[in-house]
Write a protein that binds this ligand. Structure first.
Ligand code: UN1
Length: 521
């Protein structure tokens, strides 16, 4: 039989196999077999590496019955896990953090192979997991409710936070492991159990991450079913969303996905936490430190090949500096190394697939038709040995107005630049999109910065000054408004979404006074 894949794909398969082995996952990665046209392969799922654009292996695909079994096991595990003391749950998460430190490079390598991230960003993603474990361990000893003064003598009014149940996590290809860890580290210390459906593009990273967590669980004598991965596609996702035993469904993905998920979860009385599209903008004011601004802009717009939900997609620049900013961006973009994300010096890896590259090209065509000018980039880039991959040069597009294409999220490195004259105008443009995730202003004028941060400024969930829109730390709450979905994950008090609040009134008097002064007999 002739090998179906290129030498690069074979190399990626070997590297993934070796990394999985070191992570304790025994999963033989075999070359996908030729399929006969017309014969359905719906029970298997091809794992494609964007580095080569070819399948490195196939995995069995979970369907609705597998999800049913996983949720049943998670619901069963919840009955024990919810009564494990919080600090003991924290100890499991602490151990997960230690295992992630130990296996940082192995997991990052899988993230690079499946998601196409450059090594530094893949390591950063695993670091984000380690950080959220630390945060969750702290929470495991501090989660708590308040005591309020009762209006009645001899009464105590207080609240407790109890574990919620099974948390379903649906994650996207672009943060294949960090977003799971934001949800799972916190859900676990909150006493919940987790069923995770990762993106069908990144199942190996998911299986490896969960293998580490299961090791931490079983070492401490807890059931592995506290955390399960189901590798599947749409059918598995839909089953998880519809399952009444899933108390909280936390989903990251497109706005369209969120519109489908929310009504189903709401109709069964469940909770949802949505982290959907971003169409993030930065304002560059006349006083901005342009050297710093350009560095911030290039990382936010071209980093991760524009495939973060926090990626910078719109730049609103004061008319007095817009030509200068565009010229600086043009120079910076022209020198961006695009290529194999494992290679030293590469800053821009591949897009996730050919479809993403087609959508980028279509957006650029639409921008041109709307009067825009592509200043730099926007071309397919050929990479040696990877004819099937979708590498592109990041694009900067000068736009005369915020037209339809600018108001949509295209998940690719396209930065639209528009000019403004007054801050009011800049804020109006900034907020005039359906999404509301992340935003930034570059200014040295304190008054302008405060206006942008105020209730009359950016309408996003994340608002930054003198840094770009991406690369949030885990200590803050992460999420956004409007079509971004409204949920908040990771830090601050996001943990509250993973627990149920119980209000208690305790009468320790010998009398029975009624609230609001009501007399009854
Ligand atoms: C995402 O793209 O889904 O703020 C998450 C950031 C990262 C997380 C992005 N810490 O860019």
């Amino acid at each position: 039989t002739t090998p179906r894949t290129t030498p690069l794909t074979a190399e990626l398969r070997d590297a993934a196999s070796a990394a999985l082995g070191r992570l304790g996952v025994t999963l033989p990665l075999v070359e996908p077999v030729e399929t006969t046209p017309g014969i359905s392969t719906s029970s298997t799922l091809e794992v494609v590496s964007p580095l080569s654009g070819e399948a490195i292996t196939t995995l069995p695909e979970a369907g609705a019955t597998d999800v049913d079994a996983a949720v049943a096991a998670a619901a069963e595990a919840f009955r024990a896990w919810r009564s494990v003391p919080g600090p003991a749950r924290g100890a499991v998460v602490k151990r997960l953090g230690e295992l992630l430190v130990e296996h940082k490079a192995d997991l990052a390598e899988l993230v690079t192979i499946e998601a196409g991230k450059i090594t530094s960003e893949a390591l950063g993603e695993v670091q984000e997991m380690i950080d959220v474990c630390d945060l969750a361990v702290g929470l495991s000893r501090t989660l708590g409710g308040r005591t309020m003064p009762s209006e009645r003598p001899g009464h105590r009014l207080m609240e407790q936070w109890h574990p919620l149940g099974v948390v379903g996590v649906i994650s996207a290809f672009n943060f294949p492991v960090a977003v799971w860890s934001w949800n799972t580290a916190i859900a676990l210390v909150c006493g919940d159990t987790v069923v995770w459906k990762p993106s069908e593009k990144t199942p190996l990273s998911a299986l490896a991450s969960n293998a580490l967590l299961r090791r931490a669980l079983t070492e401490a004598g807890h059931p592995a079913a506290v955390s399960t991965v189901v590798v599947g596609g749409r059918e598995a996702g839909e089953a998880l969303v519809a399952d009444r035993r899933v108390a909280l469904l936390s989903a990251t993905g497109s706005e369209r996905m969120g519109q489908q998920v929310a009504p189903v979860v709401a109709a069964r009385g469940g909770r949802y936490l949505l982290e959907l599209g971003g169409n993030n903008a930065a304002v560059v004011a006349p006083s901005a430190d342009l050297d710093l601004a350009v560095r911030g802009i290039v990382f936010a717009a071209a980093g991760t090949a524009g495939q973060r939900c926090t990626s910078l997609r719109r730049l609103i620049v004061h008319s007095s500096v817009v030509d200068d900013v565009v010229a600086r961006l043009e120079r910076a973009y022209a020198g961006l190394p695009v290529g194999d994300p494992r290679a030293d010096g590469t800053l821009v890896g591949p897009l996730t697939d050919a479809g993403a590259r087609e959508r980028m090209a279509a957006a650029l065509d639409e921008a041109r038709a709307d009067g825009g000018t592509v200043v730099v980039g926007g071309d397919a880039v050929a990479v040696d040995g990877a004819p099937g991959a979708a590498y592109v040069s990041p694009a900067v597009v000068r736009m005369p107005a915020q037209t339809g294409v600018v108001r949509r999220e295209t998940f690719a490195p396209v930065l639209y630049v528009m000019a403004y004259d007054t801050l009011d105008e800049a804020i109006a443009l900034h907020n005039d999109v359906p999404q509301g995730l992340s935003s930034a202003i570059f200014t040295l004028d304190g008054r302008e910065a405060e206006v942008f941060l105020s209730e009359a400024g950016s309408d996003c969930g994340i608002v930054n000054v003198n840094i770009g829109t991406s690369g949030a730390e885990i200590g803050g709450a992460f999420g956004g408004e409007k079509s971004t979905g409204g949920g908040r994950e990771s830090g601050s008090d996001s943990w509250k979404q993973y627990m149920r609040r119980v209000t208690n009134t305790v009468n320790y008097s010998t009398d029975l006074p009624l609230a609001q002064g009501v007399n009854f007999g």
